[in-house]
Ligand binder design. Structure first.
Ligand SMILES: [Zn+2]
Ligand SMILES: [Zn+2]
Length: 490
């Protein structure tokens, strides 16, 4: 047994963490440079002699409620900042409920119900079960553009290892029989809380905008398919068709920074399964068999040159063989070898080129070994995310002008996938921007230790006190901008 390792940059107010010797670790949190901070230090001093005998004492000083510090970000919409000042604590409470109750893709029952209830309470007309567990909330407020904001609902089969007192303790057994924890390791709990905030904010301030606000809670982003399912279930026909769809996604970078990128931002994701055929035999008599493992090994290496030798060097692409399985025993040559690949690209042309190269090489190597032609199966992937260029530049400029250029970055292209792309493919201008959520000090400390933080990590957690206001602030600025100047209709 070991102590949960608390991160010095985010701890709770006061928690007792038991340890095997029946003593405890006491964590205290207070503001730096405040009377509470001074009290904390005094308490620490008084307690220290006692705890030296009876337990261990850790004092964690944290700059609480950092958004109220003088130099924190502000936008130029006073009604948004005033709303944030009085509503962030209750929104943080929503965040913790969502964080402690994660549900994996296609199982977002309680999550969808929670979001639906919160939107209903804010005055939205809510429809549930759109494309599975999808939720749609409509707030009509006179004539004007229709702006859609999207959150995803699902969590991941990851066992949380943040050591936070309110870490998820949920466990499931997956369809493949694996027992695992469940965690919002991709920050979708932040996205949902943000849209609960948007519902309350825009409902309370109908004098500040005109048009129709549509909020959507999309299931199954992590597995892909949620966006497509909602579209197939009439998202753009049963509900007001949007003039633009905007979403944000958490990023494991400095909190209070947002990042935009026009054009391609995330990749086409294709899954390819290959079965390389051989002919089984005795390991001591390879001349009587056709060895599928040797063939597969050659294929794995050869596939790497499809990217490095066949594509234009300026075209981003990845072929990764993530799984390879064959054989049963040391001295048996098996009949086949199975490979599982993930293939990433941006443009449809490069995607086609890579898939053609995979088929050609698999077939060519089999031929060289005198083996049967391999079976190559392609699963439906996620199309690449192309942020509408004019819309993205408009929002980037507006957020920069409203909150300040110091808070706005150019987002990097990544080879991850995101089915938010489906709304764009369905013919509506889309923009997804990134929201940095990690305390800069924590990132710097990790860097010093030679570590990095990423989404999907069991140690991922946002600095929610600062990430959430920035999420609401930046998205409110985007929505207000679009209600005033929507993208031109096609
Ligand atoms: Zn994710
Ligand atoms: Zn995600």
């Amino acid at each position: 047994m070991s102590y949960p390792t608390p991160d010095p940059f985010r701890a709770t107010d006061a928690v007792f963490l038991p340890n095997p010797k029946q003593d405890f670790l006491l964590l205290l949190r207070g503001k730096i440079a405040s009377t509470r901070g001074a009290t904390l230090m005094l308490m620490a001093w008084v307690l220290s002699s006692w705890t030296l005998i009876n337990g261990s004492l850790t004092v964690v000083a944290q700059e609480a409620n950092a958004r109220r510090t003088v130099d924190g970000p502000r936008c130029n919409l006073p009604w948004v900042e005033e709303w944030l000042d009085s509503n962030i604590p209750s929104l943080v409470a929503d965040y913790w409920w969502l964080h402690e109750n994660p549900e994996v893709s296609f199982e977002e029952v309680e999550t969808a119900a929670y979001v639906a209830k919160a939107w209903e309470a804010a005055g939205l007309e809510v429809t549930k079960n759109v494309g599975g567990h999808g939720v749609v909330g409509v707030l009509a407020n006179g004539s004007g553009p229709t702006i859609m904001l999207r959150t995803d609902l699902d969590a991941l089969p990851v066992t949380e290892a943040t050591g936070l007192p309110r870490a998820s303790t949920k466990k499931i057994v997956t369809a493949s029989g694996v027992s695992t924890g469940v965690m919002h390791a991709c920050g979708h709990d932040v996205h949902m809380t943000n849209l609960i905030g948007m519902a309350r904010l825009f409902s309370a301030h109908r004098d500040q905008w005109k048009g129709t606000l549509v909020l959507i809670g999309q299931p199954a982003e992590e597995r892909g398919g949620g966006a497509e399912a909602m579209l197939k279930d009439g998202l753009f026909t049963r509900f007001p068709r949007p003039d633009a769809v905007v979403a944000l996604h958490c990023e494991a970078s400095s909190v209070e920074q947002v990042a935009f990128r026009a054009g391609y931002m995330m990749a086409n994701v294709d899954s390819v399964d290959i079965r390389v055929h051989g002919r089984g035999g005795h390991g001591a008599a390879p001349h009587t068999a056709i060895d599928p493992i040797v063939q597969a090994s050659e294929l794995v290496l050869s596939l790497q040159t499809s990217v490095s030798r066949e594509l234009k060097p300026t075209e981003p692409a990845v072929i990764t063989v993530g799984s390879i399985h064959a054989g049963t025993k040391h001295n048996i040559i098996g009949d086949y070898c199975d490979l599982q690949l993930t293939v990433r690209s941006y443009s449809p042309e490069v995607r086609e080129q890579l898939i053609a190269a995979i088929r050609r090489k698999a077939k060519g190597i089999a031929m060289a070994y005198g083996a049967e032609e391999p079976t190559v199966t392609l699963s439906d992937g996620t199309p690449s995310l192309f942020n509408h260029e004019a819309l993205t530049l408009q929002l980037k400029n507006r957020v920069s002008a409203s909150i300040g250029p110091n808070y706005v970055q150019e987002a990097e292209q990544v080879m991850g996938g995101e089915d938010f792309s489906q709304y764009g493919i369905a013919g509506v201008p889309v923009c997804m921007y990134r929201l940095g959520v990690i305390d800069a000090g924590r990132l710097a400390a990790m860097k010093k230790r030679g570590q990095t933080m990423s989404l999907h990590s069991p140690e991922f957690y946002p600095d929610i006190d600062r990430a959430l206001p920035m999420a609401v602030r930046s998205m409110a600025v985007c929505a207000v901008e679009l209600f005033a100047s929507p993208p031109p209709k096609k």
